[in-house]
Design a protein around this ligand. Structure first.
Ligand code: NAD
Length: 481
């Protein structure tokens, strides 16, 4: 069994149930990873609490803290190929994605936030009191729990860990039990980078371990990425315990609007990137396609041919564009939703079933004739499934904006047009944390990421993450009569 607990600078075996992690391309068990029990979770939180005020961490000058983050970024770069290969094995990602988005994106995040450490500022404020100096300072929020999902385990951990450490917090990491391996490896690199003991702690296991953290009185802030259903459980647990601050990055059901004037070939290429990245296992993946009626048939024909022609294979093969889904359980979820599409009257144009080979592969699938109330339009599929319908803008863009917003989610959206006014009207009307005009959904360390409505609370990345991981203290100093 893999040694998977890292508490107060010591590695230990997890005492409770071992959970197998699989190679999704072969279905083979890669390793068994144990689960933390409540004593291990308590110990990890206590270690993080104690490190928070330890001069070895709290006493570091900003430039010294920045140097640790830069060192970690360099170590990720040194181990780039190893991390990418491990992510592909555990998650199934095509190796090109693991290299560029996962290993490359993680290093980029640590560099970006290392740059912030020496630039985190408060303000001096013009309060209306005589002889009073008023200023604010940003302080670490405290012990931060980081709970991550299985779709981009390394990159999403970096989204959280980099700003948490940059702002002087201490952390307890809980990776997804489905894909824990790159998180364990990253924590070993944190150790090598020289973060003082107790600053970075790791507990492995499933939802029960996540629940222990969300209920814990010793956790000050929790950053979670995963399903909306679990996000609600975490919000309830926070409210019932110590009102720990929450950053929640939840589900999505991104619309993509292809306007009458769009360059259809460019739209097809961009939408394939936007929908098929990591086999559609992306929270911002384009899933609901609203195509202007004058371009609908052309778009459907080209999109269906495009996705059907993508090379499907193991993520470890360089030529693969579509890898497997992450697990047998997730494959069943995608199959169930695709079956509901046909049952509810959508027309299947391409795909629709498992790929006839070992591994959790599902065919790139496209439906037309969908209606807003169908399950494939309302539920998060998180797979290579496209639901296409048409719209008419004879009376303006209000109808398609209303349809795009007809979802409890609001993470991302996409617009395809060469008309600036149309793009801005759609960007104004769509309720989503990010609107991508003529491009697929890309993350960037400098760009805030997060959702409207039930896609979450708060923002990660960009300068906004500095706010998420700090408290603002206002200091009032009266200095005269
Ligand atoms: P999930 O909700 O099943 O699990 C996510 C994490 O939560 C795992 O570590 C899991 O062990 C833990 N967990 C499960 N139950 C818990 C509980 N009761 N309390 C605390 N933690 C618990 O999500 P998933 O299936 O791993 O990931 C897919 C979901 O993540 C999709 O809904 C997707 O949209 C979302 N996602 C969102 C973003 C974003 O940025 N908004 C990014 C990636 C994925």
């Amino acid at each position: 069994m893999t040694t998977s607990l890292y508490i107060d600078g010591e590695w230990a075996q997890a005492p409770a149930t071992a959970i197998p992690t699989h190679d999704p391309a072969t279905e083979e068990v890669i390793e068994q990873v144990g689960s933390a029990d409540s004593a291990a979770v308590d110990a990890a939180v206590a270690a993080a609490r104690s490190a928070l005020s330890d001069p070895a961490w709290a006493g570091l000058l900003p430039a010294q803290r920045a140097a640790l983050l830069f060192r970690l970024a360099d170590l990720i770069t040194e181990h780039h190929e190893e991390l990418a290969a491990l992510e592909t094995r555990d998650q199934g990602q095509p190796i090109g994605i693991s290299r560029m988005v996962s290993a490359g994106g993680a290093a980029e995040h640590f560099r970006y936030y290392a740059g912030w450490v020496t630039k985190i500022q408060g303000s001096v404020n013009p309060v209306s009191f005589p002889s009073t100096l008023h200023y604010t300072r940003k302080e670490p929020v405290g012990v931060t729990a980081l709970i991550t999902p299985w779709n981009f385990p390394l990159m999403i951990l970096a989204w959280k860990l980099a700003p948490a450490l940059a702002t002087g917090n201490t952390v307890v990491i809980k990776p997804s039990e489905v894909t824990p391996l790159t998180s364990i490896r990253l924590v070993r690199l944190c150790e090598e980078a020289g973060f003082p003991r107790g600053v970075v702690n790791l507990v492995t296991g499933g939802g029960d371990v996540g629940a222990m953290l969300s209920e814990h009185m010793g956790v000050d802030h929790l950053s979670y990425t995963g399903s909306t259903a679990v996000g609600k459980l975490i919000a309830t647990a926070s409210a019932a315990s110590n009102l720990k601050r929450l950053t929640l990055e939840l589900g999505g059901k991104a619309p993509s609007i292809i306007c009458a004037d769009a360059d259809v070939d460019a739209a097809v290429a961009g939408n394939i990137s936007g929908s098929m990245l990591n086999s559609g296992q992306v929270c911002a993946a384009y899933t609901r396609f609203y195509v202007h009626s004058s371009r609908h048939d052309e778009f459907v024909e080209k999109m269906a041919a495009g996705i059907a022609g993508l090379p499907v294979g193991s993520g470890s093969e360089e030529s693969t564009v579509v890898g497997p889904l992450v697990s047998a359980k997730h494959l069943e979820h995608v199959e169930r939703l695709v079956a509901s599409g046909s049952e509810q009257g959508a027309q299947l144009v391409t795909g629709g079933g498992r790929v006839d080979r070992r591994g959790y592969f599902f065919e790139p699938t496209l439906f037309t004739g969908v209606r807003d109330e169908m399950s494939i339009m309302t539920e998060e599929v998180f797979g290579p499934v496209h639901a296409v319908t048409s719209f008419d803008d004879a009376d303006g863009l209000g109808g398609v904006i209303a349809a795009a917003n007809n979802t409890p989610y609001g993470l991302a959206a996409s617009v395809w047009t060469n008309d600036i006014a149309t793009s801005q009207r759609l960007a104004d009307g769509i309720k989503a944390g990010a609107v991508f005009v003529n491009m697929p959904p890309v993350p960037d360390a400098a760009a805030p990421w997060g959702g409207y409505k039930q896609s979450g609370w708060g923002r990660e990345m960009g300068p906004q993450a500095i706010d998420a991981y700090t408290e603002t203290k206002a200091v009032w100093l009266h200095y005269g009569g």
